[in-house]
Design a protein around this ligand. Sequence first.
Ligand SMILES: NC(=O)c1ccc[n+]([C@@H]2O[C@H](COP(=O)([O-])OP(=O)(O)OC[C@H]3O[C@@H](n4cnc5c(N)ncnc54)[C@H](O)[C@@H]3O)[C@@H](O)[C@H]2O)c1
Length: 256
Amino acid sequence: MADLSGKVAIVTGGASGIGFAIVQRLLKEDVKVAVADLNNEKLKELEKANKGNLIGCVTNVTKESDIEQLVNKTVQTFGRLDYAFNVAGASRAGAIVEQSEEDWDFTVDLCLKGVFFSVKHEAKYMKEHGGGSIVNVASLNAHVPMFYGAAYSSAKAGVEMLTKNAALELAQHNIRVNAILPGLVATPLTSSLTNVEAINEAYMERIPMRRAGEADEMAGPALFLVSDDASYVNGASLIVDGAWAVSGYPDLSKFM
Ligand SMILES: NC(=O)c1ccc[n+]([C@@H]2O[C@H](COP(=O)([O-])OP(=O)(O)OC[C@H]3O[C@@H](n4cnc5c(N)ncnc54)[C@H](O)[C@@H]3O)[C@@H](O)[C@H]2O)c1
């Protein structure tokens, strides 16, 4: 893959799961990283283990002032900002006829508004400093609805469209913006579901590769998208799902 060494990146939601895997890959590629997360304890641990190469920034992505501070601190510490990975996300599930406004707002604010604030301030800096590259983590749920996931799926569809809008507006400033749409990935976010055997089996029936993806299997595609190997990829959605998205048809092979 194209050389990333010497670059500087922000990773929101970098204290766990997919974000954490992206952080580890970036460090391996000699990229300096600002990790933004609510989990202060994990951030301190990461900072201690990677002195000089990583800073932890306690950040709530739903607060615009936190994101402004994050970008400022990154640039003050490392002198530049080349890449951003907007990964932070979670959801409060609920049936449409029962979901509270509070739970809807929690999910949509975190998954969609948080990405908007992130892209806004990352791109503001990049625009004035020669460009950069941004990857937003949406979800296969941007295309495929799920029970009790109206808020989450709607927000993720929004992230995909926000990514396209950002690519359209920012291309003139040498900023590329792409999205990753993960399927099922083994992280703390999904373990409460996949640890239940019957639920896990229901997932596996749908996933042609018959397994969840590993967080590190999201990091490779994400790093590819920011790298110069993807220099003409802009406004794209990369589905990374073990072929789940193409599995709607019944398995007729059993009858042939
Ligand atoms: N795991 C999956 O199967 C899967 C599938 C599709 C999409 N995704 C998306 O990938 C992203 C990462 O998911 P994950 O599975 O790694 O989850 P995770 O729970 O392991 O990690 C999410 C991280 O985001 C942080 N976070 C939560 N709220 C925050 C806030 N307001 N501000 C800053 N940080 C905050 C958490 O502290 C945590 O460290 C999410 O956007 C999720 O929707 C995950």
